[in-house]
Design a protein around this ligand. Structure first.
Ligand code: NAD
Ligand code: TYD
Length: 350
């Protein structure tokens, strides 16, 4: 059985990747390594936790001794690395935590993989999952390609850029078999309600203000999370070693337009008068160093590996709203903090 380590599998995107791999590859052993920070929620994986090819390991990627021991013990065939601190606003308040997890944590994993694979680099892969934010910001025109120079502006994107550089350096220096993908903004089920879309779904439901930074003119390129997971699957199995792929939805929206659309969808779903939810929109102080526009050119991935997104944004957003409305318990556990007791109940006391 091939052993695949997925880091950060209890988080938003990681949980979708874990589910896809556990269900699609029953002959592979899928390990989910996660520290269970505030962003890690094992309730995301209830439907796969009892599958025989799934194993959860609680641990911290910044702990080099722990990581080396784990790799020595399990001798993973490949790694898909998603564990990270991921929220720009938190990176502005606490940059060092982002350096620890996103840079040091990544280098710890690279070192551990290099050590166990050193005598036979063939048939292994270290897949590093990254963001389009490393490229900085676009003006009105243009798209990020794989050749765009790095120009990160937030502590989050600076830490992800640094981790990408380390991954490439291990390919060049040690011939470690690596691949990197840089994806645009994801949305969908299990998204922690500190990010724009789930925060606003939660606030609309509870008739609370919808905080829009600045004038709401910043543009993001939104991709449904399951489409990101399917791109990761395609890249993991087919990518050329040492290469980079941009993943995006060709789906640019200003923040204010996203929230207006969300308000409209939720007017209908909640049986409220048309235009009622829009009244909750509140313009607040802008984010420091707020990137104006992200937009991805994913031609390379589409042409070389044949991947394309499956969902239109309107359809994906409606699906997302339906999920949040049908999963009130998930949302209330997350907002009350109860989800953090799930691990103790599920994995320790039994
Ligand atoms: P998330 O914050 O929802 O999840 C991160 C996960 O990593 C959590 O489960 C957390 O517990 C775990 N983690 C954090 N620190 C850890 C540590 N020290 N050791 C072990 N586990 C730790 O993040 P996400 O939105 O799912 O993003 C996953 C990855 O995808 C990140 O690398 C992020 O940079 C990248 N990415 C995210 C987006 C997006 O729109 N969310 C877009 C492109 C790329
Ligand atoms: P976010 O979901 O934090 O993702 P990222 O910063 O990684 O793109 O934010 C998406 C956009 O929404 C970004 O331009 C910042 C903006 N935003 C708000 O206007 N209000 C909010 O409360 C949040 C969290 C984000």
């Amino acid at each position: 059985m091939k052993k695949i380590l997925i880091t950060g599998g209890a988080g938003f995107i990681g949980s979708h990747v874990v589910r896809l791999f556990v269900n699609k590859y029953p002959d592979s052993q899928i390990f989910n390594l996660d520290k269970l920070t505030y962003a890690g929620n094992l309730e995301n994986l209830k439907d796969v936790e009892h599958k025989p090819n799934y194993k959860f390991v609680k641990g911290d990627i910044t702990d080099a001794t722990f990581i080396n021991n784990l790799f020595n013990q399990e001798k993973f065939d490949s790694v898909i690395h998603l564990a990270a601190e991921s929220h720009v606003d938190r990176s502005i308040s606490n940059p060092l935590e982002f350096v620890q997890t996103n840079v040091i944590g990544t280098v710890n994993l690279l070192n551990a993989a290099k050590e166990i694979w050193k005598d036979n680099l063939a048939n292994h892969l270290f897949y590093h999952v990254s963001t389009d934010e490393v490229y900085g910001t676009l003006g009105e025109e243009g798209l990020f390609t794989e050749e765009t120079s790095y120009d990160p502006h937030s502590p989050y994107s600076a830490s992800k850029a640094a981790s990408d550089h380390f991954v490439r350096a291990y390919f060049d220096t040690y011939k470690l078999p690596v691949v990197i993908s840089n994806c645009s903004n994801n949305y969908g089920p299990n998204h922690f309600p500190e990010k724009l879309i789930p925060l606003c779904i939660h606030n609309i439901k509870n008739n609370k203000p919808l905080p829009i930074y600045g004038k709401g003119e910043n543009v993001r390129d939104w991709l449904f999370v399951e489409d990101h997971a399917s791109a990761i699957d395609v890249i993991f199995h087919n990518a050329k070693l040492g290469s980079t792929y941009n993943i995006g939805g060709h789906n640019e929206w200003t923040n204010i337009d996203v929230i207006r659309l969300l308000c409209k969808i939720m007017d209908k779903k909640l049986g409220r008068a048309e235009g009622k939810n829009e009244k909750l929109i509140t313009f607040v102080k802008d984010r420091a160093g707020h990137d104006l526009r992200y937009a991805i050119d994913s031609t390379k991935l589409q042409n070389e590996l044949g991947w394309k997104p499956s969902l239109q944004f309107e359809e994906g957003l409606e699906k997302t709203v339906d999920w949040y409305l049908a999963n009130e318990e998930w949302l209330s556990h997350v907002t009350s903090g109860n989800y953090q007791t799930y691990y103790d109940k599920q994995y320790v006391q039994r």
